[in-house]
Design a protein around this ligand. Sequence first.
Ligand SMILES: Nc1ncnc2c1ncn2[C@@H]1O[C@H](COP(=O)(O)OP(=O)(O)OP(=O)(O)O)[C@@H](O)[C@H]1O
Length: 283
Amino acid sequence: MNAHPALTARQHPVVQVSNLVRSFGQGSNVLDGLDLTIRSGEFVALLGRSGSGKSTLLRTLAGLDEAPAGTVTVPAERAVVFQEPRLIPWKRVWANVALGLRTADARERAAAALTEVGLNHRLDAWPLTLSGGEAQRAALARALVREPKLLLLDEPFAALDALTRLKTQGLVASLWRAHRPAVLLVTHDVDEALLLADRVLILDQGRIGFDLHVNLERPRRHGQPAFSSLRSRLLRELGVEEENPDEPVEELRAPARSRAPAASATRENHAVWAASTDALARS
Ligand SMILES: Nc1ncnc2c1ncn2[C@@H]1O[C@H](COP(=O)(O)OP(=O)(O)OP(=O)(O)O)[C@@H](O)[C@H]1O
């Protein structure tokens, strides 16, 4: 299921998951014997119904979930960007980006990453003075500065307004082209998956139930015949009725701000989460 013909042997696996099982104590397993390989430099999008276990899988790869049953191999150099930026409000933007860097040139490295996301002019700003889009770009810079081999993105555009979302998607595409980390993007948005990814996976009943190779030239556009045909295919697999093939669909998206923080914030700092959410609400 994981080895697409277009992926050559040059691309070695950076993520290898075998027979991953995760349950939360009640009912059936959320992840139930899941196998997954992601290769170096590959951009993979993960779709699936709400509650299908996408974030659980991402958090497992990030090392934020308990040790699961099964085998999980991931690179040490990995970084995560969540739906909310999770910047620390009492540290300046550059210091948020440099968090954990132990080198004497930490500020310079943070500045370089912030330049890449177009935020070099906000180096010394406080996080709460950033707009929602700027804060999310700072979160991307914080991930980038670690030169990750694996970038884990958990609905990073979901809380942004439509225009900012498009711009930030474009930014992620160009950062990926420049640095070529392997990416796992969790999303509810079929169009977003097809605009960005080499492969689109659907998580269903605890496993990768569908694995689509996206053989489209970049940059991609809605409305290209090949785009529309892959989109219809994904929607069929997801069991979603297609009303207008040229309109972006987001039927699977949960309202961004109404999501309960429980699943994503259990083991993180609640104060940081709350502060980030406030910043988003004010933007
Ligand atoms: N810490 C937890 N404790 C108990 N149950 C949990 C926990 N984390 C996740 N779950 C449950 O596991 C299932 C999968 O959750 P998960 O957040 O991974 O799904 P998802 O596909 O990312 O959903 P969504 O698309 O709505 O974000 C859900 O039923 C959820 O309630």
